[in-house]
Design a protein around this ligand. Structure first.
Ligand code: ADP
Ligand code: ADP
Ligand code: ZN
Length: 228
């Protein structure tokens, strides 16, 4: 077909980085700005725990200990979510993949629909500072907007800027003890993905020790280039 344009497939962006790096915060902003869909396996797992499904029951104690939930469970949850119609807009993966097995499963899933990873964006941070970010994190239970005691306070204490609800919640696993296990899990099991994506030529690095707005600008520029 002469002159025919290559069919465009929905963009796939991955946000990589340790707990507290700002994946959720930035993914929500990219979702608003570019019409992409944020897929957070952490959120999907917390929903499964709250619902009390079989997967949720298996995941609960693992998450409380700060370990990684089994690849089988997480891959199955992500596969289901990725098949939902809204994902045709393109997705930002937040917290997935976290192991090489998950990365390989993702490649396979995307291959089935002719999609590919446009960028794996590494949010580079200083681990020691992540403890403060995580200990001060809270979230609106109604809309999921994220806040911080020091770095991102709502305009009126206790009331969500985004939806007006008064339902701020803190995660059970956001405590100093669990954070150390989660950072260890990141270095042992997730950090190898930096090389995995670098070898594929899709790795991008962003200094995520900057303030939220500066990082957002860097990510917006990067995303504009990818989607152009
Ligand atoms: P992740 O999804 O990577 O675990 P979050 O986006 O939930 O991280 O951010 C962790 C906490 O740190 C939240 O309370 C958030 O408001 C805050 N935060 C996010 N990005 C920054 C930043 N660049 N500087 C300071 N605090 C931040
Ligand atoms: P954070 O970015 O702050 O670590 P998440 O919400 O992404 O938080 O994840 C919370 C917990 O959910 C993790 O500590 C882990 O137990 C589980 N989890 C989330 N995503 C995955 C994944 N892709 N593989 C295995 N476990 C996961
Ligand atoms: Zn809200």
């Amino acid at each position: 077909m002469d002159g025919a344009r290559k069919p465009q497939t929905p963009p796939v962006l991955i946000l990589l980085g340790p707990p507290g790096a700002g994946k959720g915060t930035q993914a929500r902003m990219l979702e608003d700005q570019f019409g992409l869909v944020q897929l957070s396996t952490g959120d999907l797992l917390r929903a499964a725990v709250a619902f009390g499904s079989k997967a949720g029951k298996a995941a609960k104690t693992v998450m409380e200990a700060g370990d990684l939930v089994s690849d089988d469970i997480v891959i199955a949850i992500l596969r289901d979510r990725l098949a939902a119609p809204d994902c045709a807009k393109g997705v930002i993966l937040d917290g997935f993949p976290r192991t090489t097995a998950q990365a390989e499963a993702l490649d396979q899933m995307l291959g089935e629909t002719g999609q590919q990873i446009n960028a794996a964006i590494l949010l580079e941070v200083d681990d020691v500072k992540m403890v403060v970010r995580i200990a001060g994190r809270f979230t609106c239970g109604a809309c999921g907007e994220g806040y911080h005691d020091e770095f991102k306070q709502p305009k009126t204490a206790g009331i969500c800027d985004n939806c007006g609800a008064e339902q701020m919640t803190r995660r059970a696993d956001d405590n100093a003890k669990t954070v150390m296990s989660r950072l260890d899990a990141y270095h042992e099991q997730t950090a190898p993905l930096i090389t995995y994506y670098d070898d594929k030529g899709v790795l991008r690095r962003v200094d995520a020790m900057k303030d939220i707005a500066t990082i957002q600008n860097a990510l917006a520029t990067l995303t504009e280039n990818i989607m152009a």
